[in-house]
Design a protein around this ligand. Structure first.
Ligand code: SAH
Length: 359
């Protein structure tokens, strides 16, 4: 088999890519669709076994393309059933993927980058620095691996693992389209959620090409505080972020922006701040997810006490905003929000600074 390291990787293609590949190899577009289905729905690797493809196409595929994806190198299962995998990429770096079962639901939390460049104050991934974007194959490969490992197709996918998905726009959009394709994983569009720290121009772009659900890491009701917690706010302040998100859900009364708000003891959890948040979100179809802060080694914050989280939630609910407190899942294996780290060859110099500081 000549499936060498340089052969084009089938997992990098979307459906249209399979169709044109089939045509370029002398077959028909529907053969490309069959191939797509073999790869994603059946998880098949061996072209020879793909009996509804013409023999000539099978031979040509074996000679010209390969199927490559990240490999599971570690698996950790928490008592609550949450599973975290470390996946190794071809260059030796590692990312993390999490599967969260809940009743009939199975949610996959997927990474979009090796590390993250955004440096949010309360996030473990930020400490790792940033190396590069993931390819389509490395994103959809996380789904492929999880499905085979669990023997079950997820009901939901959230781009909430390592990285800022909108900073890897093209690959993330392609991978999310594969997740939704009927010939692949068949996820309903509203069951695929992209979470962003707030890259405003890309939120507008996303609206043009995708209908996935949008979650935004808000974490503060004012620019002063958000500048500190989510530094990208200095570039895209709330006065730009909120209208972009409002625009994203406009036109369909059933759609809502999900605002993620990590509860940090004494930092952003007062009733006065709840009120500011209510004012900020006025007129935006919203749902708020309060996330108890998940600690990690060296983190400077503490999570808000449960009573304060409940009071904050009650205040928002009273003003008519649907507000949920996100259950902490997978904490036992450091698989909870903001705890994913992987192995990142940092290119930002951030980790070097930390070493110099002796942390
Ligand atoms: N970069 C994207 C995708 C990550 S989603 C984004 O920022 O939205 C992961 C979510 O967990 C984000 O809302 C993030 O702000 C939140 N988070 C990060 N660190 C956390 C921590 N230590 N505890 C709880 N939530 C955290």
């Amino acid at each position: 088999m000549s499936a060498t390291l340089t052969a084009p990787n089938l997992l990098d293609l979307d459906l249209a890519g399979y169709e044109s590949l089939a045509v370029s190899l002398g077959a028909r577009p529907f053969h490309g669709r069959n191939l797509f289905k073999w790869v994603h729905k059946h998880g098949a690797f061996a072209f020879d076994a793909m009996t509804d493809l013409p023999k000539g196409l099978r031979v040509a595929l074996a000679e010209t393309v390969a199927i490559r994806m990240p490999q599971i190198v570690e698996e950790h299962r928490a008592p609550d059933g949450t599973t975290k995998w470390a996946l190794e990429l071809a260059d030796g770096q590692r990312i993390e993927t999490v599967a969260i079962p809940e009743g009939r639901r199975l949610t996959l939390c997927l990474s979009s980058q090796v590390g993250c460049a955004l440096n949010c104050a309360f996030c473990a991934t930020a400490r790792q620095g940033f190396n590069r974007n993931l390819s389509v194959a490395e994103i959809i490969g996380q789904v492929w691996q999880a499905v085979r490992r669990l023997g079950r197709v997820p009901t939901n996918a959230v781009m909430m693992g390592m990285g800022e998905p909108l900073a890897n726009f093209e690959s993330v959009v392609k991978a999310m389209a594969i997740m939704q394709d009927d010939l692949a994983y068949m996820l309903a569009k509203h069951r695929v959620t992209l979470s962003t720290s707030g890259l405003v121009p890309q939120i507008y772009r996303l609206r043009e090409v995708s209908q996935v659900s949008l979650a935004v890491s808000l974490h503060a009701p004012t620019d002063d505080l958000r500048d500190l917690l989510v530094p990208i706010n200095r570039k895209y302040p709330l006065a730009e972020l909120i209208p972009a998100c409002q625009h994203y859900v406009a036109g369909d009364p059933r759609r809502k922006v999900t605002w993620e708000y990590v509860m940090l003891d004494g930092v952003n959890d007062s009733l006065a701040q709840a009120k500011q948040l209510i004012r900020l979100l006025e007129g935006v179809h919203s749902k708020v997810n309060l996330i108890p802060f998940n600690p990690f080694p060296g983190s400077a914050f503490r999570t808000s006490p449960p009573e304060r989280i409940a009071a904050f939630q009650a205040r928002l609910m009273r003003s008519g905003i649907i507000t949920l407190v996100r259950k902490t899942r997978g904490d036992a294996v450091s698989a909870a929000c903001g705890q994913l780290v992987g192995r990142v060859a940092d290119r930002t110099g951030r980790t070097a600074v930390k070493l110099a500081l002796g942390r």
